[in-house]
Ligand binder design. Structure first.
Ligand SMILES: [Zn+2]
Length: 426
């Protein structure tokens, strides 16, 4: 399973590119692309997908018998990850260096972004004849392009006591060295114009992200660890997609939802806090000639798996873990619970997932936060407040969540994929 994950990490350099790679995999698996803006003629045994504003995607399959009551299964994961977002008018000239003005996107561990090969990915809007439809272009520079160097220890002897990085002034990456014979050189804008083969003034706006350009790699004596950027949350995205493609349910409706903007709160048109998923389910039911009442009944009995990474036990910081729940890397996926409902938590729903794991011999562990630590949240609770169905949070345990490079257990990718495949198979 790791080959698919590695490929998605290398191709999925921004949410835009994650969606493009998902679409490629779905096309290869025979899924048909739909458009939210048209009517759908869906059929039994159909396999479909639809993109939403380039960074969210929904894929779904309809069983040979389109009986949806007690038979709607949904999985969701997020396509975004902490990184640096390039600001408008990005070029900075400083002491012979061309730098790029950025803001921090999501809760990145800032110092892990220093001294790493970084690159650029995202989408660019160009002027067009039709003012309501600018020309959209996509870019993923798959080679190292930028770096944010540390300061030498000789210039900050206290660096190992911890250093606070200013999000505006300390995180500006270097894009290159300026030519001293050229005035007002704008390295990034010139680079973009050249890459896209357009005039710089045709570029109206962009969503460009600085991502970590390191490749995924194995570590450990037996290759039992994976070190990679974007494990949060491409592990879940790939497991969910593979599960949907391989799933073999005879009845019902299976949905894989890939939302953007989880790292900044989900409350956007492409996020899990929108009505998008509900609208999608209604549209599917309508186009299968279900009545409103049949739709309501099917949604009441639906099941929702929110798939996102969990925290594994850190050997140097054991005290940060809960007293009795200490999930280890490589020993199975985590079911996450929180009394605060920062993870969707419902014992009946959790028991369903445990029974699936037992039936299919999939190892699992439980994760809860220490009572004196707030921990993180996922899209599970946000989505389930709009689509009030039984919801469970699951995901692979990782170390250093939101670091530029995170660590996971190799075996956990297999377990997570098995769970998603089983979920869509019986
Ligand atoms: Zn996540």
């Amino acid at each position: 399973m790791e080959e698919k994950l590695f490929r998605l990490v290398e191709k999925g350099t921004s949410a835009v590119m994650v969606v493009q790679d998902l679409a490629r995999q779905l096309e290869e698996a025979g899924f048909e692309e739909l458009d939210f803006g048209t009517g759908w003629g869906l059929t039994e045994n159909g396999r479909y997908y639809v993109k939403h504003h380039d960074t969210a995607l929904f894929a779904f399959t309809i069983g040979a018998r389109a009986e949806f009551r007690n038979a709607v299964r949904i999985g969701a994961a997020h396509t975004d990850f902490p990184c640096l977002r390039i600001k408008p008018n990005p070029d900075i000239s400083a002491g012979g260096y061309g730098q790029v003005n950025v803001e921090v996107y999501g809760g990145a561990i800032l110092n892990t972004w220093l001294d790493r090969p970084l690159s650029i990915s995202g989408r660019i809007a160009l002027q067009s004849e039709d003012v309501m439809h600018p020309e959209m272009r996509y870019l993923s520079v798959e080679r190292p392009l930028l770096v944010i160097p540390n300061l030498a220890i000789h210039m900050n002897r206290d660096v190992n006591k911890g250093m606070e990085l200013n999000k505006q002034t300390d995180m500006l990456p270097i894009l290159g060295l300026l030519d001293e014979n050229i005035k007002d050189q704008k390295l990034l804008m010139e680079f973009l114009a050249k890459e896209l083969q357009v005039e710089p003034e045709w570029i109206l706006d962009f969503e460009l992200w600085v991502y970590c350009a390191e490749k995924p790699q194995y570590a450990g004596m037996q290759g039992e660890l994976i070190l990679s950027p974007r494990l949060d949350n491409l592990t879940s995205v790939q497991a969910l997609l593979t599960g949907l493609i391989r799933g073999k349910r005879e009845t019902g409706l299976n949905v894989a939802a890939f939302f953007d903007h989880e790292e900044v709160g989900s409350r956007t048109k492409q996020g899990a806090g929108s009505l998008l998923l509900l609208t999608l389910l209604e549209k599917i039911n309508d186009s299968m000639q279900k009545t409103k009442e049949q739709t309501r009944q099917s949604l009441y009995n639906a099941f929702f798996l929110s798939v996102d990474v969990a925290h594994g036990l850190h050997p140097n910081q054991m005290g940060k873990m809960d007293l009795t729940n200490k999930p280890a890397l490589g020993r199975g996926l985590c079911i996450k619970e929180a009394g605060s409902q920062s993870y969707a938590t419902d014992c009946e729903a959790v028991a369903v997932v445990e029974q699936i794991c037992r039936k299919y011999k999939i190892p699992y562990q439980k994760f809860v936060n220490r009572s004196d630590l707030a921990g993180g949240g996922t899209l599970g609770s946000i989505a389930s407040s709009i689509l009030p169905v039984r919801t469970v949070d699951v995901g692979a345990p990782v170390l250093a969540m939101h670091s530029a490079v995170e660590t996971m257990g190799t075996a956990d990718m297999d377990g997570l994929t098995k769970l998603m495949t089983a979920y869509f198979s019986f």
